[in-house]
Design a protein around this ligand. Structure first.
Ligand code: NAP
Ligand code: ZN
Length: 346
């Protein structure tokens, strides 16, 4: 067992603080990763503040992890010491159900093992990436191409795949009009990917403050949805909408901005239920869908796509002692566009 430095919450409702956690011994199929950078996802905040339900403490979160392999188990074939690798939102799955066998580990019928706050195969609670090291089964470790700047790579492991996957599945590409609602960590990646796929991208953000950034990330248009009548004026415009908003939204109003047979995919995960009128779907034969991260295979595809297209998240690199402040700024939508922790400061 390896005892490592981390930053987490010791008891419910407390600020995050330095602590130590134990990592298991490297098993035959495991790799030991020295973590270099860890992104802060809004899901970390929802989880540790128990907005999605009770969790056990102490808890360390973080599921946007990049680092270097420093040890491999005897049976490991995919990775070698010195490789630059990444870990996202899951660290294991049953491997035997129909979904796992089809390469959809993220939809494992027995529930995959989340990178944090999840019951691991040995019965312990998983601890996340705001730490110096992690031990992970090699099947859940991704190759991070050298073309992607090291500090900026981490957010691809959650914000990247969570937006890439539904854009891909719902056919974002040339000739398609895609809207991205909310331009935070996930939203800004959705804009970059949709533009790189060839779609015509509109950003729907509450104020005009992110307009220049939206255009710089590849959008052709930005609409400030907080202005009276702005959403209603977009009636029938879009083939596809990706909603990344972390709070409840008037879904019916956004469904009206879809063309007939268009789709609105919710990736934002507010704790509250979102009411919708089925008439908003029936008139126009529209689809309201959800999407969770992506498979390991698709995550690797997304990393390779990012390297090929020169896509990287926009980040603000912080030291560990600024994590609590960063959380407040994420909740206030005052992040451009992802905080990344330099784990050397742990
Ligand atoms: P984030 O950086 O905080 O971005 C959320 C954006 O939503 C904000 O930048 C803001 O954009 C908009 N927003 C926030 N509050 C709002 C409100 N009350 N009304 C309207 N718009 C609001 O968060 P994130 O890390 O991108 O995560 C977004 C959501 O996705 C979270 O709920 C997270 O848990 C979830 N998530 C889901 C998955 C999945 O697999 N489905 C994976 C990761 C995260 P503007 O300033 O542009 O308006
Ligand atoms: Zn996340």
């Amino acid at each position: 067992m390896l005892t490592v430095s981390a930053y987490g919450m010791k008891a419910a409702g407390q600020p995050l603080e330095p602590l130590t956690i134990d990592r298991r011994d490297v098993g035959p199929h495991d790799v030991l990763i020295e973590i270099r950078y860890a992104g802060i996802c809004h899901s970390d905040i929802h989880t540790i503040r128990e907005e999605w339900g009770p969790i056990q403490f102490p808890q360390v979160v973080g599921h946007e992890i990049v680092g270097e392999v420093t040890e491999v188990g005897s049976e490991v074939t995919k990775h070698a010491v010195g490789d630059r690798v990444g870990v996202g939102c899951m660290v294991n799955s049953c491997g035997e159900c129909d979904e796992c066998r089809a390469g959809n580990e993220h939809y494992c019928l027995n529930g995959n093992v989340g990178t944090y706050a999840s019951v691991d195969v040995d019965g312990t609670i998983t601890q996340g990436g705001y730490s110096t090291h992690v031990v992970v089964d090699e099947g859940f470790v991704l190759r991070v191409p050298k073309e992607i700047p090291y500090e900026a790579a981490a957010p691809l492991l959650c914000a990247g795949i969570t937006t890439y996957s539904p854009l891909h599945r719902f056919g974002a590409g040339a000739g398609k009009k895609v809207a991205v609602v909310g331009m935070g960590g996930l939203g800004h990646m959705a804009v970059k990917f949709a533009a790189a796929m060839g779609a015509d991208v509109t950003v729907l953000s509450r104020t005009a403050s992110k307009k220049d950034d939206a255009i710089a990330f590849g959008a052709s248009r930005h609409v400030a949805t907080g202005e009276e009548g702005a959403v209603a004026a977009l009636r029938g415009e879009f083939d596809l909408i990706i909603n990344t908003v972390s709070a409840p939204l008037d879904i019916d109003a956004y469904l009206r901005t879809l063309r007939p047979e268009g789709a609105l995919v919710n990736v934002g995960l507010p704790p509250e239920a979102l009411p919708i009128h089925v008439s908003s779907l029936i008139g126009g034969g529209k689809t309201f869908a959800g999407s969770a991260i992506g498979s390991i295979g698709e995550t690797q595809e997304m990393l390779d796509f990012s390297a090929e297209h020169g896509i990287a998240p926009e980040i603000e690199l912080i030291s560990a002692d600024r994590i609590n402040e960063a959380y407040e700024r994420v909740v206030a939508s005052d992040v451009r566009y992802r905080f990344v922790i330099d784990t050397a400061t742990l």
